[in-house]
Unconditional design. Structure first.
Length: 142
């Protein structure tokens, strides 16, 4: 009779261990799926921010090509007006992203353009992408 109780107790312990392993495995898989979704979203938003930041630099290049003196120092947003890029305000908003171009003088014919795109990834986490490029007055000697 004693050996039967021992076998029941052993079966109970085996069942508890099996259930514990199953629960730990299930929870781990759940966390991996959630983490994968967060990583995918973060990568997607970062890619979009990089594209917007590049677009900001291309807009500044277009403004420079029209007239280098339009690259005024300070913080700028950009907008399209009659199919041409112009500076508009101190920043511009695209969906959840805020873009700001900061122009500073390096020399009389060289400007530093910093394009920063920031967004709120979550309530407690703000993200940003910064690209920098230097523009010269390539038409100056003409």
């Amino acid at each position: 009779m004693k050996s039967m109780n021992s076998q029941s107790g052993q079966s109970l312990i085996e069942a508890v261990i099996a259930i514990s392993i199953f629960v730990i495995g299930t929870v781990t898989i759940g966390f991996l799926v959630i983490d994968a979704n967060v990583s995918t979203r973060q990568g997607s938003e970062r890619t979009q921010a990089i594209l917007l930041s590049k677009e900001g630099l291309e807009a500044a290049r277009s403004i420079r090509d029209n007239d280098f003196t339009n690259l005024t120092t300070g913080m700028h947003g950009i907008a399209l007006s009659s199919n041409r890029w112009i500076f508009s305000g101190t920043s511009d908003i695209q969906d959840q992203f805020m873009r700001q171009l900061t122009i500073s003088d390096v020399e009389s014919d060289i400007k530093k353009i910093k394009s920063v795109v920031s967004w709120q990834f979550s309530e407690s986490r703000e993200s940003s992408v910064t690209l920098v490029q230097y523009f010269t007055d390539w038409q100056k000697d003409k």
